[in-house]
Design a protein around this ligand. Structure first.
Ligand code: GCU
Length: 339
C-alpha cells in the first residue's frame, strides 16, 4: 500500500494550474479503472527534438496496440509548465507524464544524484544500458518516489554529453570562466559543477535561458549540441567549448496511480512502446547532434576543444563530495561497472 503523498513545493504552479484549468478541468479524460485515456505528457523541448519525435511516436504506437484505449499527447515547449512545475503536476495527477532532467529528481531523492555525477557514464550506450535495462538497485531507485510522491520513473532518455557555451568567447580552462555567471539546472550538484568549471552558478528554468543569455543576466550555460541548436542559444552565445563534463540524463515519469490503472495487457503494450521509444531516441540522437553542429555553425557558432586536464581534478572532486551514503556509492559503483 502506498502512503499519502508529500507535496512538492515549487514556484510558478499558479500559472500552470490556470492553463490546465482552461484545457480540461485538470485531469485526463478518464482512467483509474483500466479503461484507459489519452495521457498528457509535459516536455520542455521543441517539436524537432528527438524526445518529442520518439515520445510522439510512442503515443501513436500505444494507441494502435491498445485499440485506442491509451494514447499519449506530447505538449512541447513548456506549455504545461517548466520541469519543476511538471513534476508537481504529474505527482498530483493533473498531468499524466513528463520528461524531467535528473537534476529535478535529485531534489526529491538524493540517491538520483549518483547518476548525474561527472564520469558516472562514459558514453550514451553505457548510460542507456544501465538505465533502460535496470538492475535491482536501479529498479528500486525508479520506484523510490511512488509512496512519497505518486511518481514512477519508467526509464531514461540520454541528454548526450553536456558542454559549456558562452556569450563572450571560447573557454579553454576554468580561468576563462572566472567571474562569469553560468546558468545551471536547479540543483545543488549543478551549482557545484558550474563552480568546478570555474564560473558562478545561476539556477534558472530552461525556457528562460535564451532571454537570460541575450540580456546578460548570465554569460554562459552548459548543455548538449541538440539543445544548444533547437533552443537557438547559439544565436546569443556563439562560443561552444567541449568541456564534456557530464553525460546528462532525462527521465520519463508517470503518475503512479495512472500506471497502476492499466490492465496487464495494456501495461505490456505500454512497456513495449517505451522500449521502442528510448531505442528510437538513442538512434536519432547521433544524427540530431550532427545536424545541430552543422546548423549552429551555419548560424555563426564555433565549436572548440578545451584543456581537459585543467578541468578534470575539480570535476572528480565534485563526484566525491556528492556521494554521501552507501546507497549512492553502490549506485555509482554499479553504474560505472555497467549494471
Ligand atoms: C537538456 C535536457 C532537459 C533539461 C535541459 C536543461 O535539454 O534534455 O531535460 O531541462 O537540458 O538544461 O534544463
Amino acid at each position: 500500500m502506498r502512503m499519502k503523498k508529500t507535496p512538492i513545493l515549487v514556484a510558478g504552479i499558479a500559472s500552470a494550474g490556470l492553463l490546465l484549468g482552461a484545457c480540461s478541468g485538470g485531469g485526463s479524460s478518464d482512467g483509474g479503472d483500466g479503461s484507459g485515456s489519452t495521457m498528457r505528457l509535459a516536455l520542455n523541448q521543441t517539436e524537432e527534438h528527438p524526445s518529442y519525435i520518439a515520445l510522439d511516436n510512442f503515443g501513436q504506437a500505444l494507441e494502435e496496440s491498445t485499440d485506442g484505449r491509451w494514447g499519449i499527447d506530447v505538449f512541447p515547449n513548456e506549455t504545461l509548465g517548466a520541469q519543476a512545475e511538471a513534476l508537481q503536476l504529474v505527482s498530483d495527477g493533473s498531468v499524466d507524464m513528463a520528461v524531467v532532467s535528473g537534476a529535478q529528481l535529485e531534489n526529491l531523492n538524493a540517491d538520483f544524484t549518483a547518476y548525474n555525477l561527472p564520469k558516472v557514464f562514459t558514453d550514451i550506450d553505457h548510460q542507456m544500458q544501465v538505465i533502460n535495462n535496470p538492475g535491482e538497485l536501479t529498479s528500486e531507485l525508479f520506484a523510490s518516489l511512488e509512496e512519497s510522491n505518486n511518481l514512477t520513473v519508467i526509464g531514461g532518455l540520454t541528454q548526450g554529453s553536456r558542454s559549456v557555451y558562452t556569450t563572450f568567447g571560447a573557454v579553454e580552462s576554468p580561468a576563462d570562466l572566472a567571474g562569469k555567471k553560468m546558468r545551471v539546472q536547479e540543483s545543488d550538484l549543478n551549482v557545484a559543477i558550474a563552480e568546478a568549471l570555474g564560473a558562478a552558478a545561476t539556477p534558472m528554468a530552461y525556457g528562460e535561458l535564451y532571454t537570460g543569455l541575450q540580456s546578460g543576466v548570465v554569460d554562459a550555460a552548459e548543455n548538449n549540441e541538440v539543445s544548444y541548436f533547437t533552443q537557438k542559444h547559439f544565436e546569443v552565445a556563439p562560443y561552444f567549448s567541449y568541456t564534456n563534463h557530464v553525460v546528462g540524463l532525462d527521465y520519463v515519469i508517470i503518475n503512479t496511480d495512472k500506471l497502476e490503472s492499466m490492465t496487464d495487457e495494456d501495461r505490456a503494450a505500454f512497456d513495449e512502446g517505451w522500449a521502442a521509444a528510448w531505442a528510437e531516441h538513442t538512434e536519432l540522437w547521433t544524427q540530431a547532434t550532427q545536424d545541430a553542429i552543422d546548423g549552429a555553425t551555419a548560424g555563426g557558432a564555433t565549436f572548440t576543444e578545451v584543456d581537459d586536464a585543467a578541468f578534470s581534478d575539480a570535476l572528480a572532486a565534485v563526484a566525491e563530495e556528492f556521494i554521501k551514503t552507501d546507497n549512492q556509492q553502490a549506485l555509482y559503483d554499479n553504474a560505472r561497472e555497467g549494471q
